[in-house]
Design a protein around this ligand. Structure first.
Ligand SMILES: C[S@@+](CC[C@H](N)C(=O)[O-])C[C@H]1O[C@@H](n2cnc3c(N)ncnc32)[C@H](O)[C@@H]1O
Length: 230
């Protein structure tokens, strides 16, 4: 399936997100960008080609990531994001496709069919758009992408409350949401939005970091990666 339309104003990106990136990328976003760079540096899938899903303008992506691959395909409906990403990755072999793998339940299977020989990287998009599969993202990825090398970082929860720590946490085994939240926001009740993405990739390991998107919007981000199973 193709993207329904160009999305200048999509809720999970668009102009508002680019303006936030201009404002906060080099300041408020610096600790999260460092955590993400470290996760991506450790992710070494056995593939020469990469597909990025929802990269926006690459505002949080580390500079050298695309250069590690022979070529990169980006699935990104926002035309402004495409221009920014192309400029930012001018030295890399980058192409865009209008294939939408997230808007219907068959999409993940089609993604595996088209790009199963490449590393797949979900760039903070899975917790931003609703899951079309009634079983949820975790089950959907486990069944449709078991034969692929894939990784994702995604929103687990968002809240207006400041976390007590900003350094990332690694967890070998899957933990409950309460125990993970307790590492960052200890004590008391936390008003939050649950993005329905906890423990993607199932058993782990998982890593977590907070991202202060704005001074009043804090996100808990999960990182996970999966190696292809025959
Ligand atoms: C929160 S932004 C990602 C942030 C980005 N990774 C960065 O480094 O700044 C989510 C992105 O997902 C894109 N998106 C929304 N629906 C999508 C879909 N069906 N397929 C691919 N990307 C999509 C949006 O256009 C937006 O750019």
């Amino acid at each position: 399936m193709k993207f329904a339309a160009s999305r200048f104003m999509h809720a999970s990106g668009g102009i508002r997100y680019h303006l936030r990136a201009i404002r906060y990328r080099q300041t408020l976003w610096t600790p999260f960008r460092a955590a993400l760079a470290s996760w991506l540096d450790c992710w070494r899938p056995a593939c020469r080609r990469l597909v990025v899903i929802g990269p926006s303008g690459g505002h949080t992506l580390p500079a050298g990531l695309f250069a590690r691959f022979d070529d990169v395909t980006a699935l990104e409906p926002d035309p402004v994001a495409r221009v920014i990403l192309r400029r930012r990755q001018a030295d890399c072999k980058l192409r865009f496709e209008s294939f939408d793998c997230l808007s219907n339940a068959a999409g993940m299977g089609e993604l595996a069919g088209r790009f199963g020989d490449r590393a797949l990287l979900f760039c903070n998009v899975l917790g931003q758009v609703g899951c079309p599969d009634p079983d949820g993202w975790s089950e959907c990825l486990a069944t449709r992408l078991s034969g692929c090398h894939w990784a994702s970082w995604h929103d687990v929860i968002s809240t207006n409350r400041q976390p007590m720590r900003t350094d990332p946490v690694e967890m070998a085994a899957t933990q409950s949401l309460e125990s993970i939240l307790g590492r960052f926001w200890p004590g008391g009740e936390l008003p939050l939005i649950d993005h329905g993405t906890l423990a993607l990739g199932r058993d782990g390991p998982h890593a977590y970091a907070t991202w202060a998107l704005t001074p009043t919007a804090n996100h808990l981000i999960e990182w996970c990666s999966h190696a292809a199973r025959p």
